[in-house]
Design a protein around this ligand. Structure first.
Ligand code: NAD
Length: 370
């Protein structure tokens, strides 16, 4: 039966294709056991696309991404591409996707798994039960502001970057944060440096005004300076529910929050665009990790970050909350049963392969759905 759920898989390079294979297993499981099917197409991105077309993503693939309900992205890059020009480097494929799909809200959950509490450098009581979501503005701010670059200044060289935000850019990412908080614990912490930055004052005023006028009185809104937020994330991270912040602070704080949970192989992410006239929101889901050339082709990659990214797609693009819960619970089950790939291995434990981890998740799904 034809499905109206359109998923584009872009496995990319290195371990990207290896972890995407494991998503295929879960897709097959859902088709078989949950009668949920997707129209899945697959295409090239990154170095793989460069090898085939001389570009990090072709126009035809870009068209497919624009038309898809969700894009599932593996990882790109590898040492063989490091000397290519910026415009054809593997990363250019991801940047083009982000830009043309206008993916302005980057969602990075930091959720701890009881079975992996020891993998964190923080004390178990600080992080047990942690479930926070960082919403980072992704398409504006100091990484894009003009003017930028080298200048002559009073007869000497200087270099500048520009932090710039329009009201609309702040409002749209804050709206995403408020809407997501409503489905969680209804608390948003907006983070900036209003004590020293004009854009910080503007950010705070804009978020406050939207909260008051946008119908968000059911959401508790707090404000925090970014430096304090970094401190609070390692002191008492469970005080947060949703954090919304700009591109630069989000970059730093999401990496900080990610490490509360331990391993790169466990971290999913989503990047969301605006809702279009048909009610659809463009979206791309990807693990936080890269293509890991050091372990590629060896069956060592942890596929859980990719599988959890897929769970985010089920939740945010397809509104399949129950199925997203099932996948996340299956991951918990597998970890609780002591199954570990090499990156999350404890002392004296034996690692399982990428494929065995994917199989274990499907077996756990079987048990959950029995
Ligand atoms: P990386 O995330 O690829 O790897 C860092 C370390 O973590 C490596 O030791 C790797 O083996 C390990 N690791 C990463 N993911 C893992 C997984 N799922 N399971 C087990 N171990 C895992 O970062 P890097 O080494 O800095 O970069 C390698 C390449 O990936 C570079 O070409 C870089 O540009 C690219 N990269 C791509 C993305 C992306 O596609 N979004 C993100 C980061 C880096």
């Amino acid at each position: 039966m034809a499905s109206n759920k359109n998923l584009l898989m872009l496995p990319g390079d290195g371990i990207g294709p290896e972890v995407c294979v494991e998503v295929r297993k879960v897709l097959d499981w859902m088709d078989r056991r949950r009668a949920v099917s997707f129209d899945v197409s697959e295409d090239l991105v990154g170095g793989a696309a460069y090898d085939a077309h001389g570009a990090a993503i072709s126009d035809a693939t870009m068209d497919k991404a624009m038309a898809a309900d969700a894009v599932l992205f593996g990882a790109v890059g590898g040492p063989q591409y490091d000397k290519l020009g910026w415009d054809v480097r593997p990363e250019a494929g991801l940047l083009r996707l982000r830009k043309e799909m206008d993916l302005f809200a980057n969602l990075r959950p930091a959720v701890t798994f009881d079975a992996l509490l020891d993998a964190s450098t923080l004390k178990p009581e600080v992080i047990r039960g942690l479930d926070i979501l960082i919403v980072r503005e992704l398409t504006a701010g100091v990484y894009f502001g003009e003017p930028r670059g080298l200048q002559e200044w009073n007869g000497a060289e200087r270099c500048i970057d520009t932090q710039a935000y329009t009201k609309a850019e702040i409002e749209r990412v804050a709206e995403v944060a408020f809407d997501l908080a409503r489905k969680r614990n209804s608390k948003v912490t907006s983070v900036e440096k209003a004590n020293v930055m004009k854009t910080g004052v503007f950010w705070r005023e804009t978020v406050t005004a939207l909260h008051a006028a946008g119908g968000y009185s059911d959401i508790e809104l707090g404000h925090m300076y970014a430096d304090n937020c970094a401190m609070q994330l390692v002191r008492n991270p469970k005080q947060f529910d949703v954090i919304v912040t700009d591109n630069l602070f989000g970059d730093l704080l999401s990496d900080c929050a990610a490490m509360l949970t331990g391993s790169l192989g466990m971290l999913p992410s989503a990047s969301l665009g605006a809702i279009d006239e048909t009610g659809r929101r463009k979206a791309l889901y990807e693990p936080v990790h890269g293509s890991a050339p050091d372990i590629a082709g060896q069956g060592k990659a942890n596929p859980l970050a990719m599988l959890l990214s897929f769970a985010m797609a089920l939740r945010y693009s397809f509104d399949l909350q129950e199925d997203a819960d099932l996948v996340e619970q299956a991951v918990q089950d597998v970890l609780s049963a002591g199954k570990r790939t090499a990156d999350i291995l404890g002392a004296g434990e034996t690692p399982i392969s990428t494929a065995q981890m994917g199989d274990a998740v499907c077996e756990a799904l079987d048990r959950r759905a029995a």
